[in-house]
Structures are given as structure tokens and as C-alpha cells.
Design a protein around this ligand. Structure first.
Ligand code: ZN
Length: 486
């Protein structure tokens, strides 16, 4: 019996958590993959002793799902884990790793297997998550981080790693580049139960081809069963040329009138992609463009930018060629990093008054908190400034309100006060680090033999349904299902 189960959020793109379970089939029907269409939750569900499993990701719920699980206690692990031998981490976004402290608290004592870059970044991102959502107790945070560091097993891309081989059951995993953020991987699992063997592939989050910095994902050579994300299962992104042109237009506006371009961005992925693109524009156009100042006002984003910079062997060929040619895509001359809160407040005050063209990258990505809020308060009123959104803005966030009402002379409420929006507001859709619909389909169609089963996970209901239909139309011989739906 080889079975894939879904413990994560049922709807949306948050709280990813999957299980691959292997065991002797009680009915003796070895080799038959039972299909479980509903998420398996509830501590009452006992797992037979003969069964072993691994988890793929253990992420935190956000947005809608977060509100449904409003109490911290609801984040406690609510599925059996005594038979879980290892956790495989596809990448270090919080919706894929944020519940790891809860997994440890529930008694999980196995290794945490991930790519080499992820092993460097995971303690950093969890330290931040622990500070915000778990405890302020520094010594407790350090103890949790020490445990996590001790459990980390970095595995190079493309190498098989045996997780267990016990009696009739064995399992090996291999990580392949997913092109989503630095260190991201999809996971190939070779599972054996008695005479029955199966290759199960979990996509994690897949990146878009032609995104800056990272090589694009290559389809697996084999997948008997594929568990695939579908965040953008219903649409394609702007291509890189178009979004680079639009980014250039916004920056040109700042250069023309000495305004500030404010970019609300999360710490990992988009921030580094944007820095890379901006450095490219400055290098290409030179002259006047060299006056543009770039400020990263986020200690965490700065830390991840440094890690990105240190891990050049994981960059794509284009980025490495630039380095060879003497360029410094993530540490160029015009780039300033702000760490302390005092420097942050000074920067807000200075930039609001100055007439020097500047780009500020600060979190949070949806303006629901973080340093970006102080910039918004100081700058929304001035038409010289621009707000540039590069990521999805969820309903109910200030980011969504600015995007909706801003261009029509509206206002946004920040910390209980109304701020009139005179700044220009833009959205550039391509820097999402997620594959678009055609990219996802290409990933599936690139598998030489169509998977027997495709499970569509991780996305809004519409996106999943759309991608399911697309797979049914285009991939013959596969049974396509959405876990959690009727
Ligand atoms: Zn992700």
C-alpha cells in the first residue's frame, strides 16, 4: 500500500502539508493504491504499526484558513505522526515550513531533509516566525533552533537519499530544482511496499521559466503519481520582457520627478528578483539611471539577499555570466540596507522630504504591518511617489485597498487612520515566483509517460478546478483529482 495524504489547508495557497504512507495492505491487495479524496485529519485516526510515512512540508495557514484557525492551539498538529520517519522540506516559504515548531512540539523526532540552500535559510526564517508567532522567550527560541539545526540533513540536488528500508517497506527521495526561490525543490520518492514499487513526485511550488536568477524546473523523468501545485492553474503571467518594461516605466517616473517608488515585498524571492532586474536596468541605461538609490529596509530581506549572494553556484547561467563579466547583481553600488529601527525612522523622514529618486523595498508584502506602513503613511499623499505591487494582494489587506481605491483618488486606513492616496499605484504581475498555467502544464506534459494519477493541490478552488480540467483534456491516461473536494 502506497498512499498520499493531504494534511494541509483545503483551500488557498497556504498551509501545505502532505504525507506519503507506505505499508502492508491489510486486505492483501498489495500494489493497489487506495484513493483517499478527503483530507485525513483528526488525532483519532490510528495508523497500523506496519505503516511508515514521511511528511512533505509542514506549513503555516494564512489569510482565510488562518482566521478559521484563530487560536494558536489550532495550529497544533492534528494528525498522527508516530509513524513519520522524516520531514522533507520543498522550500522555506512560511506556508511550507511555518508549522515545523508545532511538529517538534508534537514529538516528531526524525530528520528534516532539504536542499543545501534551504538548510542554510530554514533556521533564519523560522527564527523570525518564532519571534512573531510562537514566543518572545529568547532562550526557548534558541533551543528550538538548535533542535532544528541538529535535525537538518542537506541533500544535494539530483542525488538519491535513502530515508528508510525496513522489512517490506523502503523509501528513497531525490530533490530536483523547482526554480521557485533559492533552494526550492520538487521531491521524487521511490517507494516500495513488498513487490510493489511506485515513483511519487511532489511538486512543492514550481517557479516560472525565465524568472531572474534561478534555473527553470525540468520535468521529472518518471512520475507514476504526481502531486502538483496549481496556484496559477487558471492564468499565465506577463512575460519577462513586458514586466521589465513596466518596471522601467515606474522607475523612470521616479527619476523624472525625484519621487520614491515604494515596493511592498516579502523577504525571500521577489526582493532578490527585483534587485537583480533593477541592477540590470541601471547597467543597461547608465547615466541618469545611476542616480537611482535602492534601499532594502528589512533586516530579514537583507539577510536573505546576502544568502542569495553567497550561493552563486545555485544561480542560473545568465546570472553567473553577469558575475563573470564583473557585474554584482545583488550588491551593486546604489544599494543601501537599513537594519535598525532608528535608521528606518530616519530614512522615512528623509525620503519623504528629499527630492532624490529612490526605490524602497520593505515588508510586509500586503502592507498589513511591518516597516512599509511607515513609508505609506509618510508618502501616499505626494503625487511624486509611486507604490509598486509585485505580489498578490489578499482581500481585506491595506495592499488590496490601495490597489483598488488608490488610482481613483481614494484613501486607505492604516493603524486606524485614513490616508488619502495621491501617489501613483501600479501592479506588475510577473514577479510571483510561481509557475503560470502553461508552465505547470509543460511540467506535466514533459513527463515521458503520463502519470497514472495527478493530484491538484495548493491553489484557490477555481484555479484547481481549471487546472484539473486542463490536465484531463491534455494528458491522456491520467486520473486527475483534487484532494478535499467531493
Ligand atoms: Zn512558495
Amino acid at each position: 500500500m502506497i498512499e498520499s495524504l493531504h494534511h494541509g489547508a483545503v483551500n488557498g495557497v497556504t498551509g501545505s502539508c502532505h504525507e506519503l504512507r507506505i505499508g502492508r495492505a491489510e486486505s492483501g491487495a498489495m500494489g493497489v493504491c487506495p484513493r483517499r479524496d478527503r483530507p485525513l485529519v483528526g488525532p483519532g485516526l490510528a495508523v497500523p504499526d506496519s505503516h511508515l510515512g514521511i511528511l512533505i512540508d509542514c506549513g503555516l495557514f494564512q489569510g482565510q484558513e488562518e482566521k478559521q484557525r484563530a487560536n494558536a492551539g489550532d495550529l497544533a498538529i492534528d494528525f498522527p505522526i508516530a509513524h513519520i520517519r522524516a520531514l522533507i522540506v520543498t522550500h522555506v516559504h512560511i506556508d511550507h515550513v511555518g508549522r515545523i515548531p508545532h511538529l517538534l512540539a508534537a514529538g516528531f523526532d526524525g530528520p528534516i531533509i532539504c536542499s543545501e540552500p534551504s538548510a542554510i535559510m530554514l533556521p533564519e526564517i523560522l527564527e523570525d516566525a518564532l519571534k512573531i508567532g510562537f514566543t518572545r522567550d529568547r532562550s526557548l527560541i534558541n533551543r528550538v533552533l538548535d533542535v532544528i539545526r541538529a535535525r537538518l540533513v542537506p541533500v544535494p540536488y539530483g542525488q538519491w537519499h535513502e530515508v528508510f528500508d525496513e522489512g517490506e517497506c523502503s523509501l528513497s527521495v531525490r530533490l530536483q530544482r523547482a526554480g521557485h526561490i533559492l533552494g526550492s525543490a520538487y521531491v521524487e520518492c521511490d517507494a516500495r511496499a513488498g513487490d510493489y514499487e511506485e515513483r511519487v513526485v511532489f511538486s512543492g511550488d514550481l517557479g516560472a521559466p525565465h524568472s531572474p536568477l534561478l534555473p527553470e524546473p525540468v520535468s521529472p523523468e518518471r512520475a507514476d503519481r504526481l502531486v502538483i501545485e496549481s496556484t496559477y492553474g487558471d492564468k499565465d503571467h506577463e512575460d519577462r520582457g513586458t514586466r521589465r518594461y513596466r518596471l522601467k516605466q515606474v522607475l523612470a517616473h521616479a527619476l523624472a520627478d525625484g519621487g520614491t517608488v515604494l515596493v511592498p515585498a516579502f523577504s525571500i524571492g521577489r526582493t532578490q528578483e527585483l534587485l537583480y532586474e533593477i541592477e540590470g536596468l541601471i547597467a543597461e541605461f547608465g547615466g541618469f539611471w545611476s542616480q537611482l538609490e535602492i534601499v532594502v529596509d528589512s533586516p530579514l530581506a537583507a539577510e536573505f539577499t546576502k544568502i542569495y549572494r553567497d550561493l552563486k553556484p545555485f544561480w542560473d547561467a545568465e546570472a553567473r555570466a553577469l558575475v563573470k563579466a564583473g557585474r554584482h547583481p545583488l550588491s551593486f553600488e546604489q544599494l543601501t540596507v537599513i537594519n535598525s529601527h532608528e535608521d528606518h525612522l530616519n530614512a522615512v523622514e528623509y525620503l519623504a522630504k528629499s527630492h532624490r529618486p529612490c526605490v524602497v523595498l520593505a515588508g510586509s508584502g500586503m502592507c498589513a504591518g511591518g516597516r512599509v506602513v511607515n513609508y505609506l503613511k509618510a508618502m501616499l499623499d505626494d503625487a511624486r511617489n509611486d507604490v509598486l505591487f509585485v505580489g498578490y494582494q489578499a482581500a481585506g489587506t491595506p495592499g488590496r485597498d490601495i490597489l483598488t481605491h488608490g488610482p481613483r483618488g481614494g484613501w486607505v486606513e492604516l493603524d486606524g487612520e485614513r490616508y488619502t492616496i495621491r501617489a501613483q499605484v501600479h501592479q506588475v504581475g510577473g514577479y510571483s515566483a510561481h509557475a503560470g498555467q502553461s508552465d505547470l502544464l509543460r511540467f506535466v506534459e514533459g513527463i515521458p509517460q503520463a502519470p497514472k494519477e495527478i493530484r491538484v493541490v495548493h491553489g484557490d478552488d477555481d484555479a484547481k478546478a481549471h487546472f484539473k480540467r486542463l490536465c484531463e483534456d491534455r494528458v491522456s491516461g491520467s486520473s486527475v483529482l483534487i484532494p478535499g473536494s467531493a
